[in-house]
Design a protein around this ligand. Structure first.
Ligand SMILES: [Ca+2]
Ligand SMILES: [Ca+2]
Length: 142
């Protein structure tokens, strides 16, 4: 009986500590000239874990603020990440599928996912360039 109770308590602890909620996404636009998106450029992102859990952000944008400038580190906390806000991942983030729309290319170094336990994961290996509807899969560093 003692063993059973111990097992249940242990299972509960594992359940409670296993899931991480995504709370903020950061993007590092490259410093090379014309890396930014000033004109007609948009990106959507799908975040996927090693067990296939995923969430989707259609377009991260600070409204009238000029996002994704060359060399900019942009932060998108809370509701700005739409369907990914507080999305729970029970296994590590594996990759991000980044889809571009529009005529202004975006060059970025990495995308950072920050969780509610203050840990973060960086995805991308520098110098990814997407334009005119390109889609790429960037790998996360575990
Ligand atoms: Ca904007
Ligand atoms: Ca550009």
């Amino acid at each position: 009986m003692k063993f059973l109770i111990k097992s249940i308590v242990l299972a509960l602890i594992v359940c409670m500590t296993n899931g991480k909620k995504l709370v903020e996404i950061n993007t590092q636009t490259s410093f090379k000239s014309d890396s930014g998106m000033d004109g007609d450029g948009h990106v959507s992102m799908q975040f996927t874990s090693s067990s296939g859990e995923h969430c989707f952000v259609n377009e991260m944008d600070h409204g009238s603020f000029d996002d994704y400038r060359t060399g900019a580190f942009d932060r998108y906390p809370g509701e700005l990440i739409q369907g990914c806000y507080e999305h729970e991942f029970s296994s590590p983030l594996q990759d991000i599928f980044v889809q571009h729309r529009g005529s202004d290319a975006w060059r970025f170094d990495f995308i950072r996912a920050i969780f509610d336990d203050n840990t973060f994961v960086d995805c991308g290996s520098g110098d990814h360039n997407i334009d005119d509807g390109d889609a790429i899969l960037v790998t996360c560093h575990l």
